[in-house]
Design a protein around this ligand. Structure first.
Ligand SMILES: Nc1nc2c(ncn2[C@@H]2O[C@H](COP(=O)(O)OP(=O)(O)OP(=O)(O)O)[C@@H](O)[C@H]2O)c(=O)[nH]1
Ligand SMILES: [Zn+2]
Length: 353
């Protein structure tokens, strides 16, 4: 297993280069649909017969999902490459944001999937690369820029590889007595940080697990509650005896900034935050809280008082071996732009608001 192989495959996909992805059930030669054009597609697939691999949810929107009585409703779907499907049509097939502007023609035909495990790994790789989960696929051989296996993909963002990179004193607005600790893993580029506030003692710290939200944390977006929650959490932590803010680089609940902004574009079309993620072909929440548990472990913390309204965060942390002695709510007033978002969190993802 090699995180490095997965890192190379992710890099290649983001650049529009072909890769080979192998699993126990077979191998696929893949190129991302995102960013492909007539020239790159002809280079990848000179005979024009590469099929298109998409998520089950996207296949459902395209009325394709029930063509194959699949035992597993989450299995990716292979779309046959009809002669009229060029790079532009493939782009429209892969990107639900374009549905209103360019209604899809069809009819599309689903093909049996020869290597389901490799297909699943491909979709996971797309999420890690922050691209749309859609690929041109050929089963036969051809040139590739990188090769990885499903095991490489699974190992890539395993929290076990995280280690403390460095630490320094960092006085902040909420507390002058704070230390920042940065974490790195060898192959995965996202650098997570912890801010340890106050004087450590034997009591469980008050902690907040905050997932990066560029729009909310930096730009003051009113679409979510992230920015105000971050600042409120820092103050609640500073008011406690001691505490820790974990800042995880899991933007957009783990789908990356660009895909989150695609979800926002779908929300502009009327979908809520849950349906927007699903329509894009991602899980409702793709975050991995074992990262938070690993960071706490490296800080020598086994038991916490967790600031959250999200029962899945409590469950995720406990499943990863951290005892949650208490859940502390963190509730802020809504504004007209995030009212629906907060209602969706309450009604569809079990947030206790
Ligand atoms: N995909 C997606 N991500 C979003 C959206 N709005 C906010 N986010 C992301 O949601 C994450 C913030 O969630 P959190 O506040 O940590 O967690 P939570 O699940 O709301 O739970 P709490 O602890 O109760 O706040 C950040 O990564 C945001 O970028 C959205 O509409 N779509
Ligand atoms: Zn946000």
């Amino acid at each position: 297993m090699s995180g490095r192989a997965a890192a190379r495959a992710i890099d290649a996909l983001r650049r529009g280069w072909p890769i080979r992805l192998a699993a126990d059930d077979g191998a696929l030669r893949l190129m991302a649909v995102e960013g492909a054009d007539a020239v790159t597609l002809a280079g990848f697939d000179p005979t024009g017969c590469a099929d298109i691999l998409i998520s089950a949810a996207r296949a459902e929107t395209l009325k394709l999902a029930n063509q194959l009585a699949a035992a597993d409703p989450d299995l990716p779907v292979l779309v046959e490459r009809a002669p009229w499907i060029d790079a532009d049509v493939a782009t429209a097939i892969s990107d639900p944001v374009l549905d209103l502007a360019s209604p899809l023609k069809g009819p599309f035909r689903a093909l049996p999937l020869a290597a389901p495990d490799a297909a699943r790994a491909a979709l996971r790789l797309a999420r890690l690369a922050g691209i749309l989960p859609a690929f041109f696929v050929t089963a036969e051989d051809g040139p590739v820029e990188a090769e990885a296996s499903a095991q490489d993909v699974a190992a890539y963002d395993d929290a076990v590889h995280l280690a403390v990179a460095t630490r320094a004193r960092l006085p902040v607005d909420a507390s002058e007595s704070a230390e920042i600790v940065a974490f790195r893993s060898p192959d995965e580029p996202r650098e997570h940080v912890a801010l340890v506030v106050g004087r450590r003692d034997a009591t469980p710290p008050v902690i907040r697990i905050h997932s990066e939200c560029l729009t909310g944390d930096v730009l003051g977006s009113l679409k979510c509650d992230c920015g105000p929650q971050l600042h409120q959490a820092l103050h609640q932590i500073a008011d406690a005896r001691w505490g820790i803010l974990l800042y995880l680089r899991q933007e957009g609940r783990g789908i990356g900034l660009v895909n989150k902004l695609r979800a926002y574009a779908l929300q502009d079309q009327g979908f809520d935050t849950v349906d927007a993620n699903v329509r894009l072909g991602f899980a409702i929440d793709a975050r991995d809280f074992s990262v938070a548990a690993r960071m706490l472990d490296l800080l020598g913390v086994r038991e916490v008082r967790l600031l959250t309204n999200n029962p899945n965060k409590v469950a995720g942390l406990e499943a990863a071996g951290i005892r949650v002695a208490e859940r502390l709510p963190i509730i802020l007033p809504a504004n007209p732009h995030n009212e629906r978002y907060l209602a969706t969190k309450r009604d569809r993802t079990g947030h206790q608001l």
